[in-house]
Design a protein around this ligand. Structure first.
Ligand SMILES: [Cu+2]
Length: 480
């Protein structure tokens, strides 16, 4: 790993950017929405709906300080010591516009290195941008400077640490928050931010996990929605709630089921379906997001994440029992807890580039595999584990490539590419399905097309079962 900044350099940067700390405080602007703001109530199953506080950009700029620290937080109806951004789990929601600049001072009050990844944003991976090779040591700070292109697509994204080797532990510990990019005015019409995570708490702190759990991909015992267990979301019967759902779980797939009701899927990740798709089940792999409308009727219903079998490590490594069903939230008729948006927003006007008819400048196959070796299972892409000094694939800026993602292992792996979205080519019924996390089921292959445009630079692709990423299932791509 590169350690590009010494503590002294960081302090010097800090002096130059001293204003950003104060500005960060001003930027921490609590809106009238959501109704409870950032206040932490005492949540319990069926608890009132809460959402993280929202920080909005102003005049094209969002500045804030994000302090990562072990903090006592109110979570799942109790208190626990977790890793938190600015003292809350999830961290604040960042609401951005296309063309915005985001200046984030990440302060590391942890006892291990960390960094910051703006998952899914179409921004530069270089320098002080969305750079996965940075490492910010304990007691250090780093000033990120991230610019969104003017034509950045709308969508729901998220931020979390990406320091190789520590990512799963830090996300499991509580370090994640939502990013929403749109051109909408939330004071008039606000979607619901639904940050889904899981963790395991024991005696007031986050449990350690075994090497076996890491190889299988850890599944937390407690599933949280905005830090609560199965909160109650009420709205007028006959309306619908627009949910921006983020799967911030380390390894858990969310197989969404709203009982006998159909959900209206506006899009996954930064992709938009025109028209939206009606679906009774919606699969959101780890790291993925979905933007959907859920109908509210006269009777309450649960939004459930059904147990989803991704396969396991095989006979040699144990049974690898999968997760159980988990109720994410209850949708019930009642007083509108806030502002119920109506379907058909401006989001549909910004369709992603369709690559189906593009000429393809290059084709490659990336093989996701598992094999025995060393102390246990090895997690491989193209037969190798991650080496940040090595560049695995070089592509030419401005080209379109077709990548075949081949999974020869007995488990599904959700494949995430930074910086450049992927258009899934093998989805026949969804004409333009653009994602940054593409699930590759066990023993199968998926073909995607990627336009290497907007940004040059060097970044990573990896399995978004974050334990697998930490175990080396990651590679480096550079576009020049
Ligand atoms: Cu994996």
């Amino acid at each position: 790993m590169t350690e590009p900044l010494s503590r002294r350099a960081v302090l010097a940067l800090g002096a130059a950017g001293a204003g950003s700390v104060a500005l960060g405080a001003i930027g921490l602007h609590a809106q009238g929405w959501p109704p409870f703001g950032g206040e932490r109530r005492d949540p319990a199953p069926g608890a009132a709906w809460t959402e993280p506080s929202v920080i909005e950009s102003r005049d094209g700029l969002l500045e804030l300080e994000l302090r990562a620290a072990l903090t006592e937080v109110t979570i799942a109806g109790t208190t626990a010591r977790m890793l938190a951004y600015n003292g809350s789990v999830p961290g604040p929601t960042l609401h951005l516009r296309p063309g915005d600049r985001m200046r984030v001072r990440l302060v590391n009050d942890l006892d291990k290195p960390t960094n910051l990844h703006t998952h899914g944003l179409l921004v530069s991976p270089d320098g002080a941008g969305d750079n996965p090779f940075l490492s910010v040591g304990p007691g250090e700070a780093f000033d990120y400077d991230i610019e969104l292109p003017d034509d950045h697509p709308p969508g729901v994204f998220w931020y979390h640490p990406h320091r190789h080797g520590l990512v799963a532990d830090q996300v499991f510990g509580g370090l994640y928050g939502a990013i929403v990019v749109d051109s909408e005015d939330w004071s008039e019409q606000a979607p619901r931010v639904v940050v889904v995570s899981d963790t395991t708490l024991s005696r007031g702190q986050v449990s350690d996990v075994s090497p076996m759990d890491r190889m299988q991909g850890r599944i937390g015992e407690t599933v949280l929605v905005n830090g609560n267990v199965a909160p109650l979301l009420t709205a007028a019967a006959g309306s619908s709630e627009r949910l921006l759902i983020i799967n911030a779980c380390v390894s858990r797939y969310l197989d969404l089921d709203l009982g006998d009701r159909e959900m209206t899927v506006r899009g996954f990740d930064s992709g938009v379906f025109t028209p939206p798709l009606a679906r009774k089940r919606v699969l959101v792999p780890p790291g993925g997001r979905v933007d959907l409308d859920a109908p509210v009727t006269e009777t309450a219903t649960d939004l459930v994440a059904r147990a989803y079998d991704i396969g396991n490590m095989g006979m040699m490594m144990g049974s690898g029992a999968g997760p159980a069903d988990a109720t994410l939230l209850t949708l019930a008729p009642g007083e509108t807890a806030g502002l119920a948006p109506s379907p058909g927003s401006s989001a549909a006007s910004s369709s992603p580039r369709d690559l189906r008819d593009s000429s393809v400048d290059g084709a490659r196959t990336l093989t996701l595999a598992m094999g025995m070796g060393g102390a246990g299972m090895r997690f491989l892409i193209d037969g190798r584990t991650f080496d940040g000094e090595r560049t695995d694939h070089r592509v030419e800026l401005g080209t379109v490539e077709e990548w075949t993602l081949r999974n020869t292992s007995p488990m599904a792996h959700p494949f995430h590419l930074h910086t450049w979205p992927m258009q899934v080519m093998s989805t026949h019924e969804n004409p333009v399905d653009v994602r940054d996390v593409v699930d590759v089921p066990a023993g199968e292959e998926v073909t995607v097309r990627i336009a290497f445009d907007r940004h040059s630079g060097r970044t990573v692709y990896h399995c978004h079962i974050l334990d697998h990423e930490d175990l080396g299932m990651m590679g480096v791509v550079e576009a020049t």
